[in-house]
Design a binder for this molecule. Structure first.
Ligand SMILES: Nc1ncnc2c1ncn2[C@@H]1O[C@H](COP(=O)(O)OP(=O)(O)OP(=O)(O)O)[C@@H](O)[C@H]1O
Ligand SMILES: [Mg+2]
Length: 321
């Protein structure tokens, strides 16, 4: 087994009487795509800030590529790229000059950084906008340039804090593609997100963080294993079920698990495939007309909800960005 490229042991950070991150331990192997998934305020940014030297842990240990970094990430700075949630670039500089300036900070020579900046502008789709001031960019363009700045020095490890939050769908899609291409060419990626689907699509391993605690972490494959053979049906009615109706359903269909969902919907889960019509008939007899019945594939969302008790609607709420 390789040496972990990121090894965090019991990282902890408090702000006054708020414990933002508590006892966070994880180890990331070279080439992994590690996802940190949690709702607003869970401690994602605080964790990534501790890993990248933007915040000092109160306690715990950190090493990056075998370099002891606890309280001082400087020694490993050349190995890491950071894409913060809020851009750290200069509004008065053009896109090109911002990138060249970042290159200079990493000690790149004038020609090398100009060439690299031009190449990166091309690959993030900002070749045309490169001569315009960063301050005038759209949110999506800003995020793309911030990613380009984070990889100017071709770091083997890239940390990204919610890179697709608060931007348009097309830019988000482009950014996901950029990140997965970087991963495919060997970059180790640490990504925070509150999009469960994004974590499922991109990551090879995922940690769930809630209220500052890592409550579960595993490979995507292992996380999905319990729901692999499960059948899920979403039923939507004109009104929501009461406790008594749910109890009656559970008595009549003891092999199924029922969970009320948002908008008068009900999810039905079973270890094996099951017919829809007896359920529809049962509900309609009790005065719940069924508007829609949809079978769906179990996903990381089902696992996340069952581990954390946090529903997908809560996760989809975006923070101020
Ligand atoms: N500088 C700070 N001062 C005081 N409290 C802070 C500070 N930074 C974070 N916190 C608190 O620490 C907790 C974790 O915040 P953090 O920003 O790490 O969460 P997050 O998972 O990144 O959330 P989001 O999805 O909204 O970005 C929150 O309760 C937050 O209010
Ligand atoms: Mg955050």
């Amino acid at each position: 087994m390789n040496e972990p490229i990121v090894l965090a042991t019991s990282l902890q950070k408090r702000f006054g009487n708020i414990t933002a991150v508590q006892d966070a331990s994880f180890s990331i192997e070279p080439g992994e795509f590690f996802g940190f998934l949690g709702p607003n305020g869970a401690g994602k940014t605080t964790t990534i800030n501790m890993l990248t030297g933007l915040a000092r842990p109160d306690s715990g240990r950190l090493s990056i590529a075998g370099i002891e970094c606890t309280g001082n990430v400087k020694a490993a700075q050349h190995l890491i790229g950071v894409v913060p949630d809020e851009s750290n670039l200069y509004p008065e500089l053009t896109g090109l000059d911002n990138l060249a300036f970042c290159g200079a900070l990493y000690g790149m020579g004038r020609t090398a950084r100009k060439e690299r900046a031009a190449l990166l502008l091309e690959s993030v789709g900002l070749a045309e906008a490169g001569r315009r001031k960063f301050g005038g960019y759209s949110r999506g363009m800003k995020r793309k340039l911030t990613i380009a700045a984070g990889i100017i020095h071709e770091p083997p490890i890239l940390f990204l804090d919610e890179p697709t939050t608060g931007i348009d769908v097309e830019s988000a899609r482009h950014i996901r593609k950029l990140i997965s291409d970087l991963h495919a060419t060997g970059t180790t990626v640490f990504l925070t997100t509150h999009y469960i689907e994004e974590a499922e699509r991109l990551c090879s391993r995922v940690a769930f963080i809630v209220n500052g605690r890592v409550v579960r972490q595993d490979s995507l494959e292992n996380l999905l294993a319990p729901v692999k053979g499960v059948s899920i049906l979403s039923l939507c009615s004109t009104r929501s079920l009461e406790e008594a109706d749910l109890a009656a359903l559970s008595r009549s269909f003891p092999r199924y698990v029922f969970n009320p969902e948002k908008g008068n919907a009900l999810s039905v889960q079973s270890e094996e495939a099951f017919p829809i019509s007896p359920l529809v008939a049962f509900l309609e007899e009790r005065g719940f007309p069924v508007l829609e019945a949809v079978r769906r594939r179990p996903s990381l969302e089902d696992v996340f909800v069952s581990v954390t008790g946090i529903g997908s609607e809560q996760m989809k709420k975006e923070g101020k960005k």
